[in-house]
Write a protein that binds this ligand. Structure first.
Ligand code: WT7
Length: 645
């Protein structure tokens, strides 16, 4: 190992882990040399109704992109997460729910979860929801969110979860795109002691969503919300009289399991489509090996089910493995910044998986809020969502983990379904800031801008050369966009949109997005989406949005705004525009900085030179590069002179 900071696998971790370094090397080599044999074997970790005889049928050829795994097998995902555990662990806790208020929590056994899912599945069927129908879930972090996902899976409906922080408009767009027939929501969410008006937002969204016939509403806070007769049903009333057994739909491995909208570099968010068999095999297997999950352990992923991390590593992976998974409704700093660690102690959490932005925010408060808790139950720590800077890594390792818990820095994407590059706790020596090595079956490739594969220690664009079972299958309703986005930039590869460095030990260091996607507190935003929200304001004529380095959020949102002629650049309007974007997209899209830009740097053909705008946003005026091709080079000086400090 060449780098100064290397943390070797602890002896006891290696001895007791599912995978040690010898086994990793053997299994990895086999997974690449013989993917059919490898996945043919590991596909058996889940229960199939009709076993598959075919393992892999994949083409990355832009003329014929198709991705199929286990495609003559049939199964039911919910039955894999519930029914098959009943005999051996029916009374084991499946979900520990920790409410926003520290005095509120609940434990749900596998049998209880099976029954709740059955009741809701039956209620949904009674309302006419059938196999293949899309159902939107717009929920707070309550157990009913997981119940709703599994009930969809049970009856073969395709869920589309929309994060509770999205606005009515964003919700409406997503519902319309996939023509959902039902929305499952709550009266209100509760985060950090504050209500989130989910039902009110749903009502507003549904004014423009004729496909939705029924709304099921979980009572969370008891807020007074209007219920529309014939359309809206209280969850408790709808499920109360239903039988607990709900026959599981027999699904093909390639039948859709869910759609999840995510931002791209252009246009509106894409409906990333994941299917049933390969996704479940991949999330279950990565959950077991990456977190070295052992029977009986308490596992906590702090994500929201509105993001892919919640799908794969709060619900599907852990429940397929019969794990005990903790669902947290609240936020890291409520009531105090000790909350995470108090929850760890309260529920004796063994494996803790969170995001760098949370770690950085908590670091600001110093060690005391951490050190006054025990955390002795912790064994493994995990990080996801954005690059973790070595300083945050060291704090996580030393302060949170007391220097004894390996950190798995897991790199993956909504599109990948599960973790692709990550250490395995018993196998991989750690380097702070590196996602380290590929998971089984994953073949990372670094290419230059012309698509030439680079060898050895190098830096470039990260692609993946072979399919893995958890890969997305298409963009819902727009296969051409799927092909264009991921398979045309670099022929023969899946293009991730990330840049990366590979060091002399073959370790991968993700350097961030190389496209117009930014990562704000681990939330993915398309700059184009924020721009179109801004220009929708009557006083804005043009807008250009870029990311800039932000101490806590990783990246912040920097917007250059040109007003329509005659409008005044006032502080009041600045505030109004921030509020406007929050309303259009949601709070996560709030611009951190708005700079008035009487002109934007454009080429003579009218293309905005974002490279220059990024540099100005980064306060890096020394390396603006060639500005001579600009239609009006003087706008650059003006932007520099007027950059808000
Ligand atoms: C983008 C995907 C994967 C679930 C959460 C985000 C960035 C993610 C890491 C990591 C460096 C990371 C990448 C990726 N990212 N994990 N461990 N190290 N970067 O899913 O919203 O689809 O975003 O998040 O840039 O492309 P997502």
């Amino acid at each position: 190992m060449s780098e100064a900071h290397v943390f070797p696998v602890p002896q006891d971790a290696a001895a007791n882990a599912h995978i040690d370094s010898t086994r990793y090397k053997e299994m990895y080599a086999r997974s690449i040399a013989d993917p059919e044999g490898f996945w043919g074997e590991h596909g058996k970790r889940i229960d199939w109704i009709k076993p598959y005889s075919q393992v892999k049928d994949v083409s990355y050829d832009p003329h014929d992109v198709h991705i199929r795994w286990f495609h003559d097998g049939t199964l039911n995902v919910a039955a894999n997460c519930l029914d098959r555990h009943l005999e051996t662990r029916g009374d084991q806790t499946a979900i520990i729910w920790e409410g926003d208020d520290p005095s509120v929590d609940a434990r749900i056994t596998y049998r209880d979860l099976y029954e709740r899912v059955g009741r809701l599945g039956n209620a949904m069927r009674d309302m006419g929801v059938k196999k293949g129908d899309r159902v939107c879930i717009y929920m707070p972090m309550v157990p009913e969110a997981a119940v709703a996902m599994l009930a969809c899976a049970r009856i073969g409906a395709v869920h589309s979860i929309v994060f509770g922080g999205f606005s009515p408009d964003s919700l409406a767009n997503r519902i319309q795109d996939s023509e959902c027939v039902m929305v499952i929501t709550a009266d209100e969410g509760l985060r950090g002691g504050r209500g989130v008006p989910l039902k009110a937002n749903t009502d507003k969204a549904l004014e423009s969503c004729p496909s939705v016939k029924h709304v099921i509403v979980v009572k969370r806070t008891g807020a007074d919300v209007p219920m529309k007769k014939g359309r809206d049903h209280w969850y408790d009333a709808a499920t109360a009289g239903q039988p607990v057994d709900c026959p599981a739909e027999e699904m093909n491995a390639e039948d859709p399991l869910f759609i999840l909208y995510t931002s791209g570099s252009t246009g509106k968010p894409k409906g990333v489509l994941h299917t049933s068999g390969g996704y479940l095999v991949y999330t279950a297997m990565t959950h077991e090996y990456v977190f070295d999950y052992k029977d009986g352990e308490i596992y906590w992923c702090t994500a929201d089910v509105g993001w892919v991390t919640g799908h794969s590593y709060i619900v599907y992976g852990p429940l397929a493995n019969g794990a005990t998974t903790l669902m947290f409704e609240g936020v890291p700093n409520y009531p105090t910044t000790s909350r995470f660690w108090e929850v760890v102690d309260k529920h004796k959490v063994n494996i803790f998986y969170t995001a760098p932005t949370a770690i950085r925010a908590l670091m600001r408060d110093g060690e005391d809020p951490v050190k006054k808790t025990s955390r002795e139950s912790l064994r493994i720590l995990g990080s996801v969502g954005e690059p973790i800077n070595p300083e945050a890594w060291m704090w996580f390792y030393n302060v949170v983990g007391d220097g004894r818990c390996p950190i798995v820095d897991t790199w993956w994407q909504t599109e990948t379904g599960g973790i692709l590059i990550s250490p395995l706790p018993g196998a991989t020596d750690l380097k702070p800031g590196s996602a380290t090595l590929p998971f089984f079956g994953v073949c990372p490739v670094v290419v230059d801008n012309e698509g030439k594969e680079l060898e050895g220690a190098t830096e470039g664009n990260l692609c993946i050369a072979q399919s893995w079972p958890g890969q997305m299958r298409t963009v819902y309703g727009d296969h051409e966009r799927f092909v264009q986005t991921y398979f045309t930039t670099y022929k023969g590869y899946y293009f991730t949109g990330d840049g990366c460095r590979r060091d002399e030990d073959g370790y991968y260091w993700i350097t961030g997005r190389v496209d117009d996607v930014i990562n704000v507190s681990g939330h993915r935003m398309g700059t184009a989406e924020v721009e179109s929200a801004l220009v929708a304001h009557p006083k804005v004529s043009e807008a250009a949005v870029v990311g800039f380095p932000h101490d806590i959020k990783g990246q912040g949102i920097y917007a250059y705004v040109t007003l329509v002629a005659g409008e005044k650049e006032t502080e009041e309007l600045r505030k109004e525009l921030v509020k406007w974007v929050r309303q259009e997209i949601g709070p996560i899209a709030s611009p951190d900085i708005i700079q008035w830009a009487p002109g934007l740097p454009k080429t003579r053909s009218g293309k905005i030179m974002r490279r220059i705008l990024r540099k100005i946003a980064e306060n890096d005026f020394g390396s603006l590069g060639d500005t001579s091709t600009l239609a009006d080079p003087s706008v650059v000086d003006d932007l520099i002179d007027n950059r808000p400090s």
